[in-house]
Design a protein around this ligand. Structure first.
Ligand code: HEC
Ligand code: HEC
Ligand code: HEC
Ligand code: HEC
Ligand code: HEC
Ligand code: HEC
Length: 328
């Protein structure tokens, strides 16, 4: 069987086993608050946090994929050089201010005159891979789209999107996106900061925070847009953000997106709180190494999303990530 087909069969088996062992199911929208129809709370920018946290956090933050979810265009980078060398694209070189994306795909952005908004160019940068040295894919009708980024991307690739203007306040995924409003008093009482070691916010709150961006395919009931409506950490994402957690829908996802959906469904629908994203992912360390010690959790069906043979965890199912939401 080809790899992709085998992965699908395994995933289906996982889903069936998981529905059978479902704990107490709950209504994901039944708890907590949201910021629909309210103002987003005031928050300080990462620069202010890093004034004090420059040694514990600042060092790694420059390279953290959340911090570079939007990047300033660097004329010396291969993607900008490649624009310069392309006859039909040279003309936009001077306009490009930001890039969005990383090792799978990048897109070019420029300010569009509205506060906190950018236009996105229809061309794509395909970063270097085994089969391609890195190239710009232009398409038949290269053009800037003024509304697309604000309507379909900003909420997950930038921070603090005010839905009245659909403008972001920071062109990066800033501390606020995960830690929320961190009161000054947290220096003495660290429990006040979400995701601090002493904070007591439970798995549904933590899951809401990561899921606001990582459940690609969901939709805000209020705006109809594919990102959460003025979500502030601490809120219940699922009061407004509607997600299809059905087996049929999850079976269509690659293992990268599937493990996110299944973990989220376990916590917010099935009431199984043994594991969240941060059980496995160290966000600041950019590592999933700690997941290697989780055999004791007895989550075999979950592990099988990526490990085809539970007798030998060295084997990992190969997969590619594509996303309609993100156009790659
Ligand atoms: C619901 C939130 C959400 C929305 C809306 C969204 N993205 Fe994404 N995007 C993500 C997440 C999360 C990732 C990282 C996924 C991963 O690595 O598995 C990502 C990854 C990407 C990547 C690939 C990064 C890499 O690995 O190279 C690109 C490019 C991208 N998004 C562009 C866009 C564009 C353009 C739009 C709007 C048309 C958009 N995204 C809308 C959440 C979102
Ligand atoms: C994408 C989500 C995310 C963003 C953005 C983020 N953090 Fe964190 N941060 C976490 C999580 C999750 C933890 C808990 C530790 C862990 O599991 O990685 C954490 C832990 C911390 C800690 C405690 C470190 C420790 O040793 O436990 C500090 C301090 C911190 N973050 C500061 C910041 C600052 C400052 C920023 C912005 C520059 C920031 N964080 C941005 C998710 C995030
Ligand atoms: C005036 C200096 C200062 C500023 C500004 C500041 N912090 Fe802190 N922060 C501290 C100190 C001191 C501690 C407690 C000692 C420690 O654990 O690092 C702390 C603790 C934390 C912790 C908990 C660490 C743990 O023990 O788990 C987090 C998370 C955190 N800060 C995030 C932030 C974020 C996000 C911002 C910006 C919104 C911020 N801090 C702004 C000084 C500051
Ligand atoms: C505001 C949106 C947002 C939030 C909140 C968010 N992420 Fe992300 N995350 C992204 C995007 C976008 C990317 C991909 C950025 C890129 O590579 O261009 C990403 C990348 C990642 C990656 C891949 C990094 C890598 O090195 O391969 C992991 C893992 C991840 N996020 C985990 C988390 C966890 C855990 C949380 C919650 C603590 C979280 N994220 C919260 C948007 C978000
Ligand atoms: C049981 C552990 C585990 C849990 C729970 C988990 N992950 Fe992962 N995740 C992994 C591992 C392992 C990888 C692969 C990392 C690698 O390739 O180095 C991964 C990959 C990813 C990636 C990169 C996907 C790609 O291939 O581009 C993202 C983004 C991500 N996880 C986000 C999340 C989020 C958000 C949650 C919570 C809803 C979550 N993960 C829950 C273990 C876990
Ligand atoms: C999203 C995909 C994903 C999921 C889900 C996942 N893993 Fe992994 N796992 C990986 C990848 C990729 C590697 C290789 C890179 C690494 O070591 O992180 C790996 C490596 C490992 C290793 C180290 C194997 C070795 O000896 O080199 C162990 C042990 C492991 N995983 C256990 C688990 C357990 C237990 C679970 C379930 C709780 C699980 N994994 C869930 C992707 C995943």
């Amino acid at each position: 069987m080809p790899n992709a087909a085998r992965a699908l069969v395994i995933l289906l088996a996982v889903l069936v086993a998981m529905s059978a062992q479902a704990a107490e199911s709950r209504d994901p929208a039944a708890w907590g608050e949201d910021h629909v129809g309210k103002l987003l709370p005031e928050f300080v920018t990462g620069g202010e946090c890093l004034f004090c946290h420059r040694y514990d956090i600042g060092n790694g933050w420059q390279q953290n994929r959340h911090n570079v979810a939007m990047q300033e265009a660097d004329p010396a980078s291969p993607e900008m050089q490649s624009l310069a060398a392309n006859e039909s694209m040279k003309s936009i070189l001077e306009e490009v201010r930001f890039l969005v994306g990383n090792t799978n795909r990048k897109r070019f952005l420029k300010p569009n005159g509205k506060y906190g908004q950018v236009s996105i160019h229809s061309s794509h940068w395909l970063p270097p891979s085994e089969t391609n040295p890195g190239k710009v894919v232009v398409g038949d009708t290269p053009h800037w789209d003024e509304a697309l980024f604000a309507e379909a991307c900003a909420g997950c690739h930038a921070t603090g999107v005010d839905m009245e203007y659909k403008g972001f306040s920071t062109p990066a995924i800033d501390c606020f996106a995960c830690h929320g409003v961190v009161p000054e008093g947290h220096t003495a009482d660290t429990a006040l900061a979400l995701f601090s070691k002493k904070n007591t916010a439970g798995p549904p709150v933590q899951m809401s925070i990561c899921a606001q961006c990582h459940l690609r395919g969901g939709k805000s009931a209020k705006s109809g847009l594919p990102y959460a409506y003025q979500f502030a950490p601490g809120d219940n994402l699922f009061r407004d953000f509607k997600v299809d957690f059905s087996d049929e829908s999850i079976a269509k996802l690659n293992p990268g997106d599937a493990h996110i959906y299944i973990n989220a469904r376990d916590v917010v629908v099935n009431g199984d709180e043994t594991m969240t994203c941060v059980t496995c992912h160290d966000v600041h360390g950019q590592s999933s190494r700690k997941h290697r010690t989780l055999k004791r959790l007895e989550k075999e069906t979950y592990c099988a999303i990526c490990h085809p043979n539970l007798e030998d965890y060295k084997a990992v199912t190969a997969y590619e990530v594509h996303s309609e939401t993100c156009q790659y």
